[in-house]
Design a protein around this ligand. Structure first.
Ligand SMILES: NC(=O)c1ccc[n+]([C@@H]2O[C@H](COP(=O)([O-])OP(=O)(O)OC[C@H]3O[C@@H](n4cnc5c(N)ncnc54)[C@H](OP(=O)(O)O)[C@@H]3O)[C@@H](O)[C@H]2O)c1
Length: 246
């Protein structure tokens, strides 16, 4: 049976790494983004590309309908759409907070809902991987909006994993620390800024979207058929451990 994977945020840094990783494994891919121009600039004419805003219920439903009618039932969802909206909450504009919730949490809810509905209708098993953040796991200054949104994603993953386990649908998330992608261009703009960011981590360094894509691909694979409801950190120990102070 053809392996079909749906990738949201496909024109972003993580989305591109996931497209390359799954493409090498022989998946048929559906790439979703809000701008067909950005999708084409990033991926030429490769793969099925669908312009859609998956942060609305109708957009997410449209994405699944288009995918099914043009390619077939997707059995994997990699929800890479999202943003990192930083700033102390007392200074954050309401529109920026709502944009953060929409990009990260509302989009995850609607896209996952449409995905599991399609699998249930087709009586097929499947797997979804969502993206959280180290900032949802440990208090980090000026991350209030994104931490709240990603903590919502983590709760969504556990509840949905429980609901759909009887249908053979596995739902997990990954929680990266900072990675080199367009979303962090301004945070990692100079060698000094990269050095400072890298030192925040018990295992010092800046993550790459490719290493996160490897973990996401593993969570989809046959090696992970009993893994569900989990959030896998890939953050150099940032959220879990403290190095010994010397
Ligand atoms: N980079 C990091 O350091 C880091 C750390 C922790 C977590 N993350 C998470 O990793 C995921 C991927 O981020 P990235 O680093 O690859 O960032 P990116 O390069 O900016 O890509 C994010 C993608 O999300 C899409 N998007 C943004 N807002 C959206 C909205 N309201 N509705 C639907 N799609 C939207 C954008 O696609 P279009 O505008 O083309 O639709 C964009 O391609 C995100 O969930 C992010 O929060 C990243």
């Amino acid at each position: 049976m053809e392996k079909i994977a749906l990738i949201t945020g496909a024109s972003g840094g993580l989305g591109q790494a996931v497209v390359e990783r799954l493409g090498r494994e022989g998946w048929s891919l559906v790439l979703a983004g809000r701008s067909s121009r950005r999708l084409t600039e990033t991926h030429s004419q490769d793969h099925l590309q669908i312009e859609v805003d998956c942060s609305t219920r109708s957009g997410a439903q449209h994405l699944l309908e288009e995918t099914i009618s043009r390619l077939g039932i997707p059995t994997a969802l990699l929800h890479c759409a999202g943003n990192i909206r930083l700033g102390a909450m007392h200074r954050m504009k309401e529109e920026d907070f709502l944009d953060c919730l929409n990009a990260n949490l509302v989009s995850a809810f609607h896209t996952l809902a449409a995905f599991v509905a399609a699998l249930r209708e087709a009586q097929r098993p499947g797997a979804a991987v969502l993206v959280s953040s180290a900032a949802a796991r440990i208090g980090t200054p000026n991350h209030e909006a994104v931490a709240a949104a990603k903590a919502g994603v983590e709760g969504l993953v556990r509840a949905a994993a429980a609901t759909y386990a009887p249908n053979g649908i596995r739902i997990n998330a990954v929680a990266p620390g900072i990675m080199t992608t367009p979303a962090t261009n301004s945070l990692l703009a100079s060698p000094a800024m990269r050095d400072m960011a890298a030192k925040q981590y018990p295992l010092p360094g800046i993550g790459s979207p490719e290493e996160l894509a490897d973990l996401m691909a593993w969570l989809l694979s046959d090696a992970a058929t009993r893994v569900t409801g989990q959030v896998w950190s890939l953050d150099g120990g940032f959220a879990a451990i403290r190095p010994l102070v010397k």
